[in-house]
Write a protein that binds this ligand. Structure first.
Ligand SMILES: Nc1nc2[nH]cc(C(=O)O)c2c(=O)[nH]1
Ligand code: SF4
Ligand SMILES: [Mg+2]
Length: 217
């Protein structure tokens, strides 16, 4: 969170054990499935350390796929109709999530939230939302071969480089513009205004973090 995390490299395991921060039901607040109830699996660790990162992902513990599925099933007791799983982080592609995706596919639409810097040969059914980040003054271009369903750009009026969509992005079929939450009312107001301007000028969809407005996870 807030760039204070260690940058953790990709883990190349068989995917039968994963580092998990939290498994919780909520409303998917961002991107193509915004508004849809979902069970979130937040995985531990990230390979980047963004100064504005709003997420705690370093209190993770190792879980087997069976334990993860059992926790998902526990939430299904209360929310039996939910049919969307969101795997996020941290950076979920840091770990081998392919076996987990395959198991979840039987009962759920599976969507991941990734910064796009790590390649994995994900099954075609996985919906990938990629939010590129600035590294060395430039947006990271999604890893070669990664199948992406939508890009999501965070917009800040004050943080360097986060005020413009890179030209390469327009080759992708769907782009969301999302005001960055900088935990500061004045900055956030400027971020909202700039995000609306960029969305309007480029005919792109706006994504707002509705869970913060709703005060849900
Ligand atoms: N409600 C809710 N929706 C989200 N969509 C993406 C999130 C993320 O942290 O990746 C997120 C999150 O943290 N909460
Ligand atoms: S890539 Fe995402 S999860 Fe990782 S540090 Fe940046 S904002 Fe946080
Ligand atoms: Mg979040």
């Amino acid at each position: 969170m807030f760039g204070k995390n260690p940058k953790r490299p990709p883990e190349n395991t068989d995917g039968s054990l994963l580092f998990v921060q939290e498994i919780f039901p909520t409303i998917q607040a961002e991107g193509i499935f915004a508004g849809r109830p979902a069970i979130f699996i937040r995985l531990g660790g990230c390979n980047l350390a963004c100064s504005f990162c709003d997420t705690e992902f370093e209190n993770f513990s190792q879980m087997s796929l069976e334990d993860i599925l059992a926790q998902v099933q526990k939430h299904q007791v209360q929310y039996s109709k939910i049919n969307l799983i969101v795997i996020t982080g941290g950076e979920p592609m840091r770990q081998n999530i392919i076996p987990l995706c395959n198991k979840l596919h039987k009962n759920f639409t599976v969507q991941i939230e990734t910064n796009g810097t790590i390649y994995r040969n994900l099954p075609d059914f996985v919906k990938v939302i990629c939010s590129p980040k600035i590294v060395n003054g430039k947006y990271t271009i999604p890893a070669d071969g990664l199948q992406i369903d939508a890009l999501k750009f965070l917009i800040s009026a004050s943080l360097e480089h986060y005020n413009k969509i890179p030209d390469w992005a327009f080759d992708f079929k769907e782009i969301f513009i999302q005001p960055m939450d900088e935990q500061d009312a004045q900055k956030n107001a400027a971020n909202n205004a700039l995000a609306v301007k960029i969305a309007m000028e480029n005919n792109l969809k706006l994504s707002i973090q509705m869970h913060k407005f709703l005060q849900i996870p």
